[in-house]
Design a protein around this ligand. Structure first.
Ligand code: FAD
Length: 504
């Protein structure tokens, strides 16, 4: 019989951005009736980053976990639907490709469809992703459909996420958390005190202080507790992902709001376009070593559709992660834990996986080092997986003679990514691991989009008579044409959902 657990009596969350209020909303729900007091400290004088506007499909798991109503969330956060990302000019100027959410074709003879797709292309047939992937077909037409519940193709192969206004999301989460008993203090923390357990207390500018059993550092890039106080250290990945700056400049809402994010490659980085109900989010992510702030600013303004609403905002960051996200009684969540450029909209997701992992490894006041080590090891694996996926968008580029793109093409890649690319280009196989965020099909979309092709075919795929495969592809394309023609526009779906009479 082990020793009795000593449950946490109090939690102090430092920071009220997306990370802080996500933590507060989830923990207040899970710990309701536990007697554990949750206090969130934020300073209204210190702005949040607040440009996190694009998400990936697991966002809905988080909304369910905090007990939020999806429709209310969409209405209050000015959200639109996202079927994937269109990448423009990444392989070379004038080229574009999709990383859609959702599946491609149907499984044949227990082999995933991407193998047949490659074989079909190699045999000279012209069907594209838009003929065989419902999310691409809908996105190309600015249409939208919810996944069909029966799971049948094509409706069952759709997956989607949201674009939203991050400031409104924080307000939404705050309301949930406060309703569940979280106490909010608007205070500036001037100092944190260490103890042999980690953090002993945080001190405010009005002379007061607060002590808790457990601290969650959501203070943003600076890492007020985890780095400035506990010195957890930072693993710098700039040599792989050199983008270190962004300028954000929202414009008016699109007349027809697109159900997808656009990521357009630029001279030394890339530009996002994220359509919301009430405005369009735009920004340029760039590498200061390859382009000046002034030129980046010009590049962004030159590519905007419409005038910016207000002054463009400059942000600096460093790719990488804390060497230890959890130290003693202090856990970093959000930007204080690390940052990878927002090319695949993974930051808010990392907040949520961090919180889910905390629930899996929830401590008592003994803070068992085994829990902490398991957490930190898992975070590192998760970041490395996403880092590799991001690098895949850059490494195979053919933008010859452009200094930034030449640099990215000639990078020494992590072995894990080199092995993945080799396995695919030699054999068509991908082999993502269970629990990894990006499954085989996502890797396929980006590898295919960036011009990588398998040299050989899976022998099990060759077992299926190609004439039969052609017949299936013909049927799928015909079904897709009808499905695509009948689907409503994204605007029509939004208008219907935003109608106050709608209670879906
Ligand atoms: P912040 O938003 O920085 O919040 C920090 C909080 O700490 C604030 O409330 C502040 O008041 C408080 N604080 C700090 N110091 C003190 C102090 N001394 N005393 C009291 N309070 C203090 N993510 C996505 O998922 N999708 C995207 O499309 C996306 N786009 C992005 C684009 C860019 C250019 C950048 C930089 C990030 C993007 N992100 C995106 C990431 C996303 O914005 C962040 O992950 C998210 O906003 C979480 O931020 P945070 O809450 O950790 O930190």
């Amino acid at each position: 019989m082990g020793s009795r657990a000593q449950p946490l009596r109090s939690i102090c969350i430092v920071g009220g951005g997306t990370a802080g209020w996500s933590a507060a909303a989830l923990l207040s729900r899970v710990l309701q009736n536990s007697g554990c007091r949750i206090t969130l400290v934020e300073s209204s004088a210190i702005p949040t980053v607040g440009v996190g506007e694009a998400t990936i499909p697991p966002i809905f798991d988080f909304l369910r976990n905090i007990g939020a109503d999806e429709l209310e969330f969409i209405r209050r956060c000015q959200a639109t639907f996202k079927l994937g990302i269109q990448f423009r000019d990444w392989l070379h100027r004038g080229h574009s490709y999709w990383h859609p959410f959702g599946n491609l074709g149907v499984t044949i003879n227990q082999r995933p469809f991407h193998h047949y797709y490659c074989k079909n292309r190699a045999e000279g047939h012209g069907e594209t992703l838009a003929d065989l992937c419902p999310s691409v077909a809908l996105a190309e037409d600015c249409k939208f459909a919810f996944p069909s519940l029966d799971g049948n193709w094509p409706g069952g192969a759709i997956a989607y996420a949201l674009h939203f206004d991050a400031g409104l999301v924080a307000a939404f989460l705050r309301q949930h958390a406060e309703a569940a008993g979280v106490e909010r203090l608007d205070r500036r923390i001037v100092r944190a005190e260490r103890s042999d357990k980690g953090i002993d207390a945080v001190h405010f500018d009005n002379g007061e202080s607060l002590s808790a059993d457990f601290y969650i550092d959501c203070s943003g890039f600076r890492g007020l507790l985890i780095e400035e106080t506990l010195g957890a250290g930072f693993e710098d990945w700039r040599h792989w992902l050199p983008c270190d700056s962004a300028i954000a400049a929202p414009t008016a809402a699109q007349v027809h709001r697109a159900p997808y994010t656009v990521a357009s490659a630029g001279a030394a980085g890339w530009q996002w376009r994220i359509p919301l109900q009430h405005r369009t989010g735009n920004g340029l992510v760039y590498t200061s070593e390859f382009i000046s702030d002034t030129d980046a600013h010009k590049e962004l303004l030159g590519a905007l559709e419409g005038e910016p609403l207000g002054d463009p905002r400059l942000l600096r960051f460093t790719a990488g992660l804390r060497r230890r996200a959890w130290v003693g009684n202090c856990l970093a969540i959000g930007l204080s834990a690390g940052f990878l450029e927002p090319l695949e909209s993974t930051s808010i997701h990392l907040i949520h996986t961090g919180l889910n992992r905390l629930l899996d490894l929830f401590p008592d006041r003994n803070f068992d080092p085994a829990l902490i080590a398991a957490y930190n090891g898992d975070v590192h694996r998760e970041y490395a997986h996403i880092r590799d996926f991001l690098l895949l968008h850059y490494a195979p580029n053919r933008r010859m003679g452009e200094p930034f793109w030449d640099y990215m093409r000639n990078l020494e890649l992590p072995d894990t990514l080199t092995e993945k690319i080799e396995l695919f280009t030699r054999t068509g196989r991908i082999m993502s691991k269970r629990r990894e965020l990006f499954a085989d099909i996502s890797w396929f979309y980006v590898m295919h989009g960036m011009g990588l092709q398998p040299a050989t075919t899976d022998p099990l795929v060759d077992l299926a008579a190609f004439g039969e495969v052609r017949k299936i592809i013909g049927q799928l394309s015909a079904t897709m044409r009808a499905f695509r023609a009948a689907a409503p526009t994204h605007d029509a779906i939004l208008d219907r959902l935003l109608d106050p009479a709608e209670t879906r």
